[in-house]
Each structure stands twice: as C-alpha cells, then as structure tokens.
Design a protein around this ligand. Sequence first.
Ligand code: GLP
Length: 241
Amino acid sequence: MKLIRVENYEEMSSSAAQLVEQQILNNSHSVLGLATGSTPLGLYEQLIRGVSERNISWQHVQTLNLDEYCGLAEDHPNSYRHFMNAKLFRHIDIPLENTHIPNGKALPVEVECRRYEALIDEIGPPHLQILGMGTNGHIGFNEPGTPETSLTHCVQLETSTRNSNARFFSDRDEVPTHAITMGIQSILKSERILVLASGKKKAQAVKHFLDGRVSKDFPASFLWNHNHVTLIVDQDAYSLA
Ligand code: GLP
C-alpha cells in the first residue's frame, strides 16, 4: 500500500484529482469507480475545474458508483444518483448514460444486485476506484462482518452509519434502513484503488486501517489483500497513526 500524507483537505482533494486526471489522460475510455459522502466533494470540485482549466474530457469515460440507498427514487434529493448528478456529472461533459449507479427502487432487490454485478464485469472493472471510509471501517456500505467474498448485495445499515449520514436528511428517521452496495470482492476487482481520509473524526479508523490486520470486523482492512492501493490522508486523519 502506498501512503501519501498531505497537510489538509484541499491538498488531499487536489492530489486525488491529479491521479484521476492522469488516469483519464492515459486512457480516454477509462472506467472510474466513484464514491459519495463528504470526503470526495473537494475532489469532485477539482475534477469539474479540470474540464475547463486543464481540458480534461469525460466524453468516453464510464463511471460505476459504489452504492445507493434502497427505496429512494433517482430524483430524491438524498439519493446517491441525485448527489452524483448535482456534485459532478451535471458539470462535466460525461454523457449521463455512461454513469452507472444501482437503482434503489428496483424490485426484487436481489435481481438489481445481480444486474449491477454483471455490469461491473461487462464495462469494468474500474481502472481506478475512489473510496472513502466510514468511521467503523465500512467501504461502500459494507458494514463490519461483511465477508471478503461478497458481491453486490443489499445491506441493513448499522445505527452508527445511519446516525452519521443523518446530517444529509431533514429527519434521522428518514435515513433509509437498507442500501445496495458493491461487495468487498466487487471492489477488489478494480485495477487500482484510491482511498481518501480527512479530518479528526477519521483518525481512529485510519489508525485501525494502518495496523494492517485483515479482519471482517473492519471491512477496509480487506484492501490489504489488493496490490495497488493508495491512501491519501491529511494531518488530522493521520493524527493517531
Ligand atoms: C457513506 C458512503 C461511503 C462513504 C462513507 C463515509 O456511508 N456509503 O461510501 O465512504 O459514507 O462518508 P464521509 O465521506 O461523509 O465521511
């Protein structure tokens, strides 16, 4: 694993953007794995600027997002489809049909999970997967206890995850109880993985991750079983390591 230590959130975002843009410059038909949450927002702002300031073209790029809440329609303000459109896709020249996110409304959910995993194999796997990390070590929505062999599946969200994501909803009770997420194995199919962590609230998780002990109690630890992982971490997130 390659560790890149930077000063702060802005530096983390711009170093990540450099790696993503380099991937697109190397291969204009790149497949990128994308994440939601607040961590990649600065990266997405940089990537939007890259289109006008550095002539980066997303015309032939395909994206695969990690996860989606169950029960939220695409146009729901808290759906991850809505988040991605608003924070990135609408501001870059990517054709919307090149952007892929599980459908949180599709039923039965197991069929949607199988469709999405087949899509990962068909157009992917991603050349580069972006990941944030939950405070409990979750990646995507793979909560502690998820086996390494997991493919795209439906999960029940932990109380801690629902609590920390409640800030995006007007009422905690509105946070969905279930989500569709790429599994650990789906994520590990990617050629390269870029993990981002910023801020004091991630310090414990970063310390745990850097211990290097692989266990399903801390899903991010499975990334140690992948050969091309880069972690970009800022001072606050690294403060307990
Ligand atoms: C959510 C997402 C994850 C994300 C995590 C951390 O649970 N499903 O993909 O990594 O939140 O969020 P944040 O970046 O806001 O700390």
